[in-house]
Design a protein around this ligand. Structure first.
Ligand code: CTP
Length: 220
């Protein structure tokens, strides 16, 4: 398969030296790219900044902002069979980017933010027969909320990471959550490693692709 995978935390500049971002390390997306490559898929990895090294034999595209990630995904999507949107995309960006460094002059500073484009929601309009996989990070009502997200973004399945009490899964070696698909199936995972999760995600992508290819063959 031709797999398009995104990873990392997008950055939204506030002034020339500051940005808004999140704690994602990018490890899950890089792991997916590595495992997919080992399974002989053709992999394009679009990555926001991380401290990781790109896996071997993977086409690597480096981006910084959500807008840049959107452009890169749009450019590559037509040549892909599936998109795994693992990047932790910043949901908001500063309304204006200040041209010069903001000085420590005022006692308080009010930041006005505006929503970034929703990459998955936009790309799912051009979905055709491709497979779309999203991620979700939730605390309470994680199944209900993720199901809504799956529907809203037009996904085939969604990988839900549960925020454990008082923590976040970013940087953790063990992950907890579930994979929900649009048929309503749930596959829970509890305290597994990221490589194990990557294998499970790719098993599901490959199985879905095989079913689609079979159906297409049968329809002809
Ligand atoms: N995502 C995206 N574009 C954005 C934000 C998120 O494509 N601007 C993708 C992420 O890569 C992820 C999925 O959408 O695969 C879920 O993102 P999340 O931020 O959890 O969902 P939201 O719809 O922003 O909902 P929430 O209010 O829970 O943040």
């Amino acid at each position: 398969m031709r797999m398009l995978i995104t990873a990392g935390a997008t950055r939204e500049m506030l002034d020339p030296v500051r940005f808004i971002s999140n704690l994602s390390t990018g490890r899950m997306g890089y792991m997916l790219a590595e495992v997919a490559r080992k399974r002989k898929h053709k992999v394009v990895l679009i990555s926001a900044p991380t401290s990781l090294t790109a896996p071997a034999e993977v086409e690597f595209i480096s981006v910084i902002s959500t807008q840049q990630m959107l452009s890169a995904v749009k450019r590559c999507f037509s040549k892909a069979d599936c998109l795994i949107m693992c990047a932790a995309v910043a949901d908001y960006r500063p309304y204006t980017v200040v041209k010069e460094k903001i000085r420590r002059a005022k006692k308080s500073l009010l930041l006005r933010l505006i929503q970034t484009p929703d990459i998955l929601a936009q790309i799912s309009r051009e979905k055709a027969g491709k497979i779309l996989v999203g991620f979700s990070l939730e605390d309470k009502d994680y199944i209900k909320r993720s199901r809504e997200k799956l529907k809203r973004k037009g996904l085939d399945f969604i990988v839900v990471n549960r925020i454990q009490k008082g923590g976040s899964p970013f940087g953790e070696s063990k992950v907890y959550g579930a994979i929900l698909d649009k048929e309503g199936d749930i596959e829970r995972f509890k305290g597994i490693g990221k490589e194990d999760l990557a294998q499970r995600i790719l098993n599901k992508v490959e199985a879905l692709w095989a079913r689609r290819s079979e159906k297409e063959g049968g329809d002809k």
